[in-house]
Design a protein around this ligand. Structure first.
Ligand code: HEM
Length: 186
C-alpha cells in the first residue's frame, strides 16, 4: 500500500491518521462526558488527566493531518456524486478541520485559565496558554461544551453519509478509506 495519496486513492498515511483520530476523538468525547458527571474522586482526576493528554495528542495529530493534506492530492469523488453534494461534503470537511483544532485548543484554554498543570501522559510538560482568569475559564468551558455538540452532530451526519454511499449507492467511497488495498492501486 502506498503512503501518499493519489488523485484516485487515499494513501496509508492519510488512512491511518483518519482512523487513529476517529478513535481518539470518540475516546476523548466519551471520557469528557463521563468525567464531568462523576462525583469528586481520584478516578475523576485520573480521567481528566487522560482526557487532557489524549486531547493534546489529537491537537498534534490534527497539525500533522492538515500538513499532510496540503502536501498530497485529495482523491476526487466519483462523478456519480452530484455537484451540490460534492460542495456540501467539501464544507463539512472544512468544518471538521476547524473543529479538530478548536476543540483541543478550547480545552487547553480552560485548563490554562484555571491554572491547572498540564502534563501530557506524564511525559511532556505543557506551558499555560493564557493567564489565570475565571471569566476566560467560563467562556472556554462554554465554547468547549458547545463545540462538542456541533462535532457530535457532524460525526453522526458524516457516518450516516458514508454508510449511505456504501449500502445504497455502492460507489466505493467508504471502501477507499478502509485499511485495505484498493483495486485501483498498482
Ligand atoms: C478533540 C479533542 C477533545 C474533545 C473531543 C473533547 C471533548 C470534551 C467533552 C465532550 C467534554 C464534556 C463537555 C460537557 O459536557 O461539559 C469535555 C470537557 C472538558 N475538556 Fe475536553 N475535549 C478535547 C480536548 C481537550 C483538551 C486538549 C483539554 C485540555 C488540555 C480538554 C479539557 C477539558 C476540560 C477541563 C473539560 C471539563 C470542563 C468542565 O469542567 O465543565 N479537552 N471535553
Amino acid at each position: 500500500m502506498r503512503i501518499r495519496n493519489t488523485t484516485q486513492v487515499w494513501g496509508s498515511a492519510a488512512k491511518s491518521l483518519h482512523w487513529l483520530m476517529a478513535l481518539g476523538i470518540v475516546g476523548a468525547m466519551t471520557l469528557g462526558l463521563v468525567m464531568v458527571n462523576l462525583p469528586m474522586s481520584a478516578l475523576k482526576f485520573e480521567l481528566y488527566a487522560i482526557h487532557k493528554s489524549l486531547g493534546m495528542t489529537l491537537l498534534v495529530l490534527a497539525a500533522l493531518r492538515i500538513s499532510w493534506r496540503w502536501m498530497n492530492p485529495v482523491p476526487a469523488l466519483p462523478d456519480s456524486v452530484p455537484p451540490h453534494e460534492q460542495r456540501l461534503a467539501g464544507w463539512a470537511h472544512r468544518v471538521f478541520y476547524v473543529l479538530l483544532f478548536a476543540m483541543p485548543i478550547s480545552g487547553y484554554v480552560i485548563n490554562s485559565a484555571a491554572n491547572f498543570p498540564l502534563n501530557v501522559f506524564g511525559v511532556v510538560q505543557v506551558p499555560n496558554l493564557v493567564p489565570e482568569s475565571e471569566r476566560i475559564t467560563d467562556a472556554a468551558t462554554w465554547v468547549h461544551g458547545s463545540l462538542f455538540w456541533l462535532f457530535a452532530g457532524l460525526i453522526v451526519v458524516h457516518v450516516a453519509g458514508a454508510l449511505r454511499h456504501h449500502f445504497i449507492f455502492k460507489d466505493g467511497i467508504l471502501r477507499r478509506m478502509l485499511p485495505t488495498r484498493s483495486s485501483k492501486e498498482t
